[in-house]
Design a protein around this ligand. Structure first.
Ligand SMILES: [Zn+2]
Length: 358
């Protein structure tokens, strides 16, 4: 699709960046402006609800790595030989974007793939070594993060997640449990504190190539930003940010995947797009809840039916207003017991029908 468009080339350096606030996580691929070493040019910017990066990463199919690694080798070989440069650089870009879309946790890998373009322009040696090493890291870390999702992030009630992290780690250490290794050090390098921005998808060089839709509710906010070329820094920074913000994971009742939650939220659905649909789980989920509400509890349905029948008796003079009021008071009490599960539905219905007029 973007074969004919020019993919923006990095200058001097290319790396990944991440920062977040309590609701949004932002991921970037950055380079420097051509004639201004030390400056920052954002090539790619994408933002998600907090918790998306690590939870999406859990479901990434990493078997594709070996296929892509072979493809990357072939592209680099062709580039070295000077064949169809543009085509091969576009196909490398394609692979980088594939992983970025899979989960933003892959931003350092995408940057590494695009770094080959930089090396080519700088006359340096092209090599898959760094890419291969990073793929091995992602493969090693995925089961560890799944362990943390299941055993650490899935907390029932809000709590101090920093305390929880170190308490659990310490307990496993005392037991010399092998799970101890799943607790990653919350360690990373090159963090700067300053003004960052969100609400500006679609304004960066890669977006033009990818035909990204523009979104402009631009806001500035102060945050710590990690700048790195390495996925271990990236993963550990995201992990630490989630933990310090007391983010928890919950399983979406629609797609069954983990998503991030904050505080006391009752949210049961994630905001991922449903496969083959333009609707998210949240949108489909609320539709379902609406239908459920329409269907209502059978005890309430039976109560309404009997209420109408008894009310009609006043009109026919079979029951006085006072008798009806006493009946409806008792009926409501039994209805509430039934909804609360303290009275079987059959018993409730039998009681409602006990004075039935034949
Ligand atoms: Zn979902």
């Amino acid at each position: 699709m973007y074969l004919l468009k020019k993919i923006p080339a990095p200058n001097n350096r290319i790396w990944a960046a991440c920062y977040m606030d309590s609701a949004t996580e932002c991921f970037e691929i950055r380079t420097e402006f051509k004639d201004a070493p030390g400056s920052i040019q954002t090539l790619y910017h994408k933002e998600y609800s907090i918790g998306t990066a690590l939870t999406d990463f859990l479901y990434a199919d990493l078997k594709v790595f070996s296929v892509h690694l072979e493809q990357i080798k072939a592209h680099l070989k062709a580039i070295k030989a000077g064949n169809d440069l543009k085509l091969h650089f576009v196909q490398l870009f394609d692979i980088a974007i594939f992983w970025l879309r899979c989960s933003p946790v892959f931003a350092p890998l995408a940057a590494s793939i695009q770094r080959q373009r930089l090396y080519f322009d700088q006359g340096k040696k092209l090599s898959v070594d760094g890419i291969e090493r990073q793929m091995a890291y992602y493969t090693e870390i995925q089961p560890k993060l799944l362990y943390l999702a299941e055993n650490f992030f899935e907390a029932d009630t809000p709590e101090d997640m920093t305390a929880r992290y170190f308490r659990q780690h310490e307990e496993l250490g005392k037991k010399q449990a092998p799970e101890w290794y799943n607790f990653l050090p919350l360690k990373y390098s090159d963090v700067t504190y300053g003004i960052t921005m969100k609400g500006a998808n679609g304004f960066f060089p890669y977006d033009d190539v990818l035909n990204e839709e523009r979104r402009n509710d631009f806001q500035e906010f102060p945050a710590e930003t990690l700048n790195t070329e390495e996925p271990n820094d990236f993963v550990q920074f995201i992990l630490a940010e989630y933990i310090r913000r007391n983010l928890r994971f919950r399983i979406c009742k629609f797609c069954g995947c983990y998503f991030g939650i904050m505080g006391n939220t009752r949210s049961e659905f994630c905001d991922r797009l449903i496969d083959g649909s333009t609707k998210t789980c949240k949108e489909m989920g609320s539709l379902r809840l609406y239908e459920k509400r329409k269907m209502e509890d059978p005890a309430i349905r039976e109560y309404k039916r009997s209420y109408k029948a008894h009310n009609a008796r006043i009109r026919y003079g079979i029951m006085t207003r006072e008798e009806f009021n006493a009946w409806s008071q008792e009926a409501r009490r039994r209805r509430d017991d039934c909804v609360a599960g303290k009275l079987p539905l059959e018993e409730f219905v039998a009681w409602l029908d006990s004075d039935r007029q034949s």
